[in-house]
Design a protein around this ligand. Structure first.
Ligand code: CA
Ligand code: CA
Length: 170
């Protein structure tokens, strides 16, 4: 029996990737997310950090398409997401972390102007909200990422948590 809780969580993950809400995931959704992050933190698209974020977003899209876009039409439908991406990423969470890492690395750099490789819990919550995590979950999730309670979230922590969130255990 497929649990409705599982279905609900899959639907939420799909909606998170489908940033523009047009019913499929494509390259545009990743550049929409990059653009929204840059706007949130007041970073110029043409800056080094802005360019790194767009490159990370493109790599993330290419990685997801490689895993899930079975018919190669440059769109990931909900069916391709559920039967391709979710299953394959669940079997191999490290692969997801690898695909997402350049984007998350660049996103943390945008959220963290002093460049020490970690962002504050508050700014991490802002990143999560922009990426579609709901308002009430974002701060809790960001705080949970800060395992040692020093108020800062490092790249390793966010990559692992992202992989866990998106690979959705059944
Ligand atoms: Ca879309
Ligand atoms: Ca497709």
């Amino acid at each position: 029996m497929v649990s409705s809780e599982y279905e609900r969580r899959i639907a939420a993950r799909f909606a998170t990737f489908d940033q523009d809400g047009n019913g499929y995931i494509d390259r545009e959704d990743f550049s929409v997310a990059a653009k929204a992050l840059l706007a949130e933190f007041g970073t110029a698209a043409r800056s080094d950090k802005g360019q790194a974020l767009y490159l990370g977003a493109e790599a993330f899209w290419q990685g997801m398409a490689g895993i899930a876009d079975r018919d190669g039409d440059q769109r990931i439908t909900r069916d391709e997401f559920v039967n391709g991406a979710v299953k394959r990423l669940r079997d191999n969470p490290d692969r997801f972390a690898e695909i997402a890492r350049p984007f998350l690395h660049a996103a943390l750099a945008v959220a963290n102007p002093d460049g020490d490789g970690a962002a504050s819990v508050t700014d991490t919550a802002r990143v999560l909200r922009i990426l579609g995590v709901s308002e009430d979950l974002a701060l809790t999730a960001a705080a949970a990422l800060d395992g040692d309670g020093d108020g800062r979230v490092g790249e390793g922590e966010i990559v692992t948590a992202f992989a866990r969130y998106f690979t959705v255990p059944e």
